[in-house]
Design a protein around this ligand. Structure first.
Ligand SMILES: Nc1ncnc2c1ncn2[C@@H]1O[C@H](COP(=O)(O)OP(=O)(O)OP(=O)(O)O)[C@@H](O)[C@H]1O
Ligand SMILES: [Mg+2]
Length: 520
């Protein structure tokens, strides 16, 4: 197996001088060297073809013994020195101090086709940052991370990627609902890939420790490799850096809102500095359109990370990043201006995204009302988000009296559609139809454009759970079926029509489908 190894993070940034794998507080360093844990009887369950090609690996490579051993922790690739990254974070609104890669281990960076990739194992064993946990990951959460990160890539949402999914042959103890019912589960490792795994928390931890020297090194490194378009130097560069991170993070969260993805645990240690979705833990997909929904039972009391607040939370997290960068800028105003800009751009971008979802591509002053009324209606009775927007593409100008009929599959209880609600829906279609008259696109063209904005297939929570249930019994076919289908989320794919359906009733309140915890 030949990878074009080219390490920059570990070559250019300070490492923790302690080499033993003991839990500790790390200072003046961006990472600690650590070797992945050996696994007892590993086997690869799936490999992402697209990611394999991105890294310059052949099919033969991915079925080799080397690949199996390297991607499950049993062998360290020649010429590499794996390491865990040092970071901190704000968790659920509070500063949590040092966190770091407690179970993720970076193997190496690779350059292929002029693109830089860091390859990391998640669930690869204890590190200096493991605190009181075991450094491992279970099959259920690894299937969810593997499938969803690749699905998000194909949806066009900025994200970390996955290369392989493996079981380790070891057993891992977990208490899924934190209610005293711990049980052994199959251990697993996902090899995941991103240009870099640096997080907001990587900057925060250095700033919190007053280590401005390493903070500056890390910021300069990040700009040099990942924001090369920033040509200025000094304070100006750091302000621009915050601005670019804020723009990328805004794009990411607008995409989340567009496809109905709820991250579930948007702590600052789970915010990539590249504006990519990272940490597929207790995430979920909106089935019933509901701004108040979060899949994460650990957050059920305050619902801090519910669907509707995700863009505000990104802003809150950017504030923490701005605070962390403050020692490099020493002026509040320019940093605050960047955050103010986020707020303005967010309003515009959100409206633009929502209007494009309903096939409006010109701007009109009344559009915000049309969208607001629609959002209220979508929440007035249980309405499936994916089905609603996809079906709306079939609407034909002038047929407002058939509007409700066209989207009626999206309603979970069509009996609820009566009286005032039905009237309000009909009124909305009249408004919508009038507004469509200002658009230049015809029905077919509008539908085609809407169909590359509104996915037909997403990884509904119960679908991942079905794949997990099968995998627990040793049947991995559904993992591949979902993986193949989710490669083309915007295409019709009649062979997969059965997955274009509302959540089945059995999944309504089932653990793993509508209730997920951080236990993984
Ligand atoms: N089983 C575990 N063993 C050791 N550390 C863990 C374990 N699970 C989580 N952690 C650590 O707890 C912190 C918060 O966990 P969180 O659930 O956000 O991350 P994660 O799912 O492990 O990984 P990532 O953010 O890398 O995708 C992180 O520092 C993480 O490394
Ligand atoms: Mg995390």
């Amino acid at each position: 197996m030949k990878l074009n190894i080219n390490n920059t993070f570990s070559e250019e940034l300070p490492s923790d001088p302690v080499l033993e794998n003991s839990r500790r507080q790390v200072r003046n360093a961006c990472f600690s060297y650590v070797t992945p844990k050996k696994t007892s009887n590993p086997s690869i369950l799936h490999v992402s073809e697209e990611m394999r090609c991105e890294l310059g690996l052949t099919k033969e490579d991915t079925v080799s013994k080397d690949f199996l051993e390297i991607m499950t922790g049993n062998k360290v690739m020649e010429g590499t020195k794996p390491y865990a990254m040092h970071y901190g974070g704000h968790q659920f609104g509070n500063w949590a101090g040092q966190l770091g890669d407690g179970r993720a281990i970076n193997l190496t960076e690779v350059v292929h086709n002029s693109k830089r990739w860091a390859v990391q194992l998640k669930g690869a064993g204890e590190t200096p940052y493991s605190r009181n946990a075991d450094g491992l990951a279970v099959l259920r959460s690894s299937i969810r991370e593997y499938l969803c990160s690749e699905a998000m890539y194909h949806l066009g949402v900025p994200t970390t990627r996955a290369l392989s999914l493996a079981i380790t042959g070891d057993h891992v103890l977990r208490d899924i609902l934190y209610n005293g019912n711990a049980a052994y589960e199959k251990g697993a490792v996902v090899s995941r890939v991103a240009p870099s795994f640096i997080r907001f928390g990587s900057f925060e931890v250095l700033s919190a420790h007053g280590d401005h020297k390493t903070l500056k090194l890390l910021t300069d490194y990040t700009i040099k490799h990942f924001y090369p378009e920033i040509e200025s130097t000094g304070k100006e560069a750091y302000v621009l850096f915050l601005k670019r991170v804020s723009e990328r993070s805004l794009k990411m969260v607008i995409d989340w809102q567009r496809v109905g993805f709820v991250h579930g645990v948007m702590n600052t240690d789970n915010m990539s500095i590249l504006g990519a979705t990272i940490d597929y833990g207790p995430y979920g997909w909106l089935e019933v359109y509901d701004h108040g929904w979060t899949p994460n039972t650990t957050d059920s009391q305050f619902k801090r990370y519910r669907y509707g607040t995700q863009p505000e939370i990104v802003l809150w997290n950017l504030y923490q990043l701005a605070n962390a960068l403050f020692p490099l800028v020493e002026e509040v105003d320019p940093l605050e201006n960047v955050l103010d800009e986020y707020q303005n751009s967010y309003k515009n971008e959100y409206l633009h995204m929502m209007t494009s979802k309903i096939g409006l591509f010109s701007k009109q002053s009344e559009d915000s009302i049309l969208i607001k009324v629609l959002e209220e209606l979508l929440q007035s009775i249980e309405t499936d988000m994916t089905i609603f927007f996809r079906k709306l593409g079939k609407y034909k100008k002038g047929s407002f009296d058939q509007g409700v009929q066209i989207i009626s599959d999206a309603f979970y209880e069509s009996n609820d559609l009566k009286g005032d609600i039905l009237k309000r829906w009909n009124d909305w279609f009249i408004m919508y139809d009038e507004r469509l008259n200002i658009e230049i696109l015809g029905d077919e063209e509008r539908k085609d454009k809407m169909n590359i904005i509104n996915p037909k297939y997403v990884l509904r929570n119960y679908m991942a759970q079905l794949a997990i249930d099968d995998a627990d019994k040793g049947d991995y076919k559904l993992i591949d079926e979902l993986y193949q289908m989710l490669k083309k989320p915007y295409s019709e794919q009649p062979e997969y029509e059965k997955w274009f359906a509302k959540r089945p009733d059995w999944a309504r309140d089932k653990v793993g489908c509508s209730m997920l915890s951080c236990s993984s």
